[in-house]
Design a protein. Structure first.
Length: 328
């Protein structure tokens, strides 16, 4: 912010995002004003990204970081079965930051905002004495009876995911080890530029046979546990069925990495994990395939019992040892 003060920056943000406004009042007053819809739940989620903790400035481009800052929040909106309706962006900016960096950050944020037509309705801008601080709040709406919760898994449900697991963690490994070959770059991109599964979440919300749902941000081993705790159930995951991309499999083989650890505990995949009535699977999968041109991946099943995941490999119980996966 060398030659632009806070108010100029806010004005500049307001102009660049104004075309996304619908009938809300956004930046420029003391509050944003949003019209309520009685038949809808409003869902809200906030995430904070701190330089040095959630990202390293030299290892992610500002465009990717802007995109990702919003993407991780929209993924939370998607996991409720909602569609995003607004975002708020608060920035802590260190003295002397390159204005080009801010422009590029906002260009990435705008790119995803435009993709889903999400207006930016406000935020806050302050100086920071440490690093860059980014806090994003996203709002969404979902018909009241269609919202999906973590608490709704039932015994006998299939456990399903809407994408591949582990690509992002493999990408992070590539970034941290400065790997630049084609395969490494493609996986790194998955880490730096996650796609929130908004359309898939919205699609799945329409079906009452889909029960619990959430997004995978910390790794399925940890995130599925939240569903199990909230629902009071246990789960079995078949390691031979977890969805792994060809790129991921090639990469972990080449680099001799622990593929299950990366896929189950790596995190930041931002796919959705949900549970559903087994008897409806083939019907739903057909409709899903028509819409998204891919299958729903089934990776396990819900059982009676205390929140715990049991793993299968080659049809037999598989023990990861006393550490398990929860503690990575
Ligand atoms: P106040 O002091 O009343 O909080 P501000 O000067 O902080 O007002 O903000 C003025 C307006 O600009 C508000 O509508 C606020 O939501 C918006 N705003 C401030 N910072 C940002 C930002 N980084 N991105 C989007 N809107 C912002
Ligand atoms: Mg303020």
């Amino acid at each position: 912010m060398s030659n632009m003060d806070e108010f100029e920056l806010i004005e500049w943000i307001k102009k660049r995002f104004s075309h996304l406004l619908k009938d809300e009042t956004g930046i420029g007053d003391d509050c944003a004003v949003i019209k309520e819809k009685p038949e809808m739940h409003t869902v809200v989620s906030t995430d904070m990204l701190l330089e040095g903790i959630h990202f390293v400035k030299s290892r992610i481009t500002p465009v990717d970081l802007g995109y990702k800052s919003l993407a991780v929040n929209l993924s939370d909106i998607a996991s409720m079965g909602a569609i995003p309706t607004a975002s708020f962006l608060s920035l802590g900016i260190p003295e002397g930051i390159d204005i080009k960096w801010l422009e590029d950050f906002l260009a990435g944020y705008l790119e995803l905002s435009e993709k889903y037509k999400v207006p930016l309705l406000g935020g806050d801008t302050t100086r920071s004495k440490t690093g860059i601080t980014i806090s994003v709040t996203a709002m969404g709406e979902v018909f009241k009876e269609k919202a999906k919760w973590r608490k709704s898994a039932l015994v006998g449900d299939l456990i399903c995911v809407t994408g591949c697991l582990g690509d992002s963690a493999a990408g992070l490994y590539a970034i941290e080890n400065d790997l630049l070959d084609d395969l490494a770059q493609r996986l790194s991109y998955r880490h730096k530029h996650p796609e929130p599964h908004i359309d898939k979440g919205r699609f799945l919300s329409r079906f009452s046979q889909v029960h619990a749902m959430m997004d995978v941000s910390d790794g399925i081993a940890s995130d599925l546990n939240h569903i199990l705790k909230a629902s009071g159930k246990s789960a079995e995951i078949d390691l031979d069925k977890i969805s792994l991309s060809n790129e991921f499999q090639k990469f972990v083989e080449e680099k001799k990495l622990d593929k299950y650890k990366l896929a189950l505990a790596g995190g930041e995949d931002y796919v959705l994990v949900f549970t559903m009535d087994e008897t409806y699977y083939s019907k739903l999968n057909k409709l899903y395939y028509e819409e998204f041109n891919e299958d729903i991946y089934v990776i396990g099943k819900i059982y009676e019992g205390k929140d715990q995941i049991n793993y299968l490999h080659g049809g037999k119980p598989f023990d990861f040892g006393n550490k398990g996966f929860r503690h990575f």
